[in-house]
Design a protein around this ligand. Sequence first.
Ligand code: KG4
Ligand code: ZN
Length: 353
Amino acid sequence: VDNLIVLGIETSCDDTAAAVVRGNGEILSQVVSSQADLLVQYGGVAPKMAEEAHSKAINRVTQSALDEANLTAKDLSAVAVTIGPGLSLCLRVGVRKAREIARSFQLPLIGVHHMEAHTLVARLTDRNLQFPFMALLISGGHNLLILARDLGHYIQLGTTIDDAIGEAYDKTAKWLGLDMRRSGGPAVEELAREGDSESIKFKTPMLHHKDCNFSYAGLKTQVKLAIGSKNIDAEIPLSLASSHDRSSRADIAASFQRVAVLHLEERCERAIEWALKMEPSIKYFVVSGGVASNQYVRARLEQIAKNKGLQLVCPPPSLCTDNGVMVAWTGIEHFQMGRFDPPPPADEPEDTV
Ligand code: KG4
Ligand code: ZN
């Protein structure tokens, strides 16, 4: 098992990523090609353009992953690839490449769920992490609270009814006119350090709904109003954002972040209580996905975990944001359980996906 070597490919959103991981958890290589420049130019992910960027990068990224691991595709035990959820045009680029490699070298193929990969990568970074455990997954498109009972056996305790927290960070950054070259989240986190988080009393979402679901659309609107646009459907002109000086923009960023994370804290507390009733043996609380690379988020959720007697497991930032390692590792977990597809037939036509 320790000698398994799996290539993981991830193209579900705006990063083209690949990595090679060994069955014992050793990361042999990790390559990410980001489309951040495109995002800045167009203010978001446009599927058709993202697909083109993936198509341009995919051969180079997978080859670099093999080269950096000092391997060729012949040395692989299997190929793992994200099959969803995500932009289907983009997913297809990764799946096509994975099938091509699996076909050429007659390797088993493992289809991986993106959110399961965000969850299970915590078992690579913390080898003591056993099922059952709690997980909060926070990214640009998802806000999920999950009780992971066993491999492939997950109970959803909460999800977002509109936007995910990462989307709210990204829009806040855009409306504040921040430098988006590294996506909005890190820019807001950095500016928030200078601000007074109590200066604007944004309302915490859904306080009267005693469940574990999330909502970030209302908070987004509150931020937009605070920046000054009365017409919430209109784009905020950059001039309006820059009419606030740096310290008042920092106050908005800090106040937004405090409430955005307060909403996480409140839901996580309840979800952990629910989960402990179902599975009293839970010892770990996993927090993963792009937003989990935020230091303030980590610190606040660490406290929640502690209060509930759980240990927080949060992968390093490079494994929280989209990456190939999480896909390869999830592939390894499934492969070990015998869950994989046989190699595609050698005479399969190239464009069946
Ligand atoms: O998991 P991920 O890389 O891609 C998705 O599956 O969506 O998450 C990307 C999201 C973006 O919304 C980005 O702004 C956010 O994660 N993010 C952050 C931070 N780093 C990335 N949000 C807040 N603070 C950060 N430091
Ligand atoms: Zn993701």
